[in-house]
Design a protein around this ligand. Structure first.
Ligand SMILES: [Cu+2]
Length: 161
């Protein structure tokens, strides 16, 4: 009897352990569907990142097979207009807290797309962190969205699509 009850106690602990040992957990991820273009094409990944560690973690970038360049972006007021730009030094996720990446807000920017990303397609994205293990998430589904077409603020890369 003693063995059996210990077994039942152990299983839930193992299951919940997965979430807390990973450092940062990504949830509700999606990517905006987009067409590649001669100028490179751009889109962004959105969702929630939760820092389950005891220390601040910084999202510094990422990788995905569909984009040549991945940057962490914020929205900011430049010359009276909301524009997006790379966050200097990355995006901090305080210990034990979550941050939300969403259209019109912070996002993981995918630039220099290497292919069209049609609604329903799935991609794999690696998030790079300072202070925690990088994580790779498969099966991030592309869907169309109204937001996220913000102008990109950069001296070299102003583009009219
Ligand atoms: Cu952006």
């Amino acid at each position: 009897m003693r063995k059996i009850s210990l077994l039942f106690l152990t299983i839930p602990l193992l299951l919940t352990g997965c979430a807390s040992t990973g450092g940062v957990v990504a949830e509700d991820l999606w990517v905006k569907s987009s067409e590649m273009s001669m100028q490179g094409g751009m889109t962004a990944v959105y969702g929630t990142l939760t820092n389950n560690t005891q220390q601040d973690v910084v999202l510094v970038g990422g990788e995905t097979e569909i984009a040549g360049v991945v940057e962490v972006h914020e929205m900011t007021m430049i010359g009276g207009e909301m524009k997006m730009q790379e966050i200097d030094g990355g995006l901090t996720i305080p210990a034990g807290m979550s941050i939300v990446l969403e259209p019109g807000g912070n996002h993981l920017m995918l630039m220099m797309l290497t292919d069209d990303l049609e609604a329903g397609e799935e991609i794999s994205v690696t998030f790079d962190f300072d202070g925690a293990e990088d994580i790779t998430v498969d099966g991030i589904v592309a869907k169309p969205a109204e937001g996220g077409d913000e102008d990109y603020h950069s001296g070299e890369m102003e583009m009219d699509n």
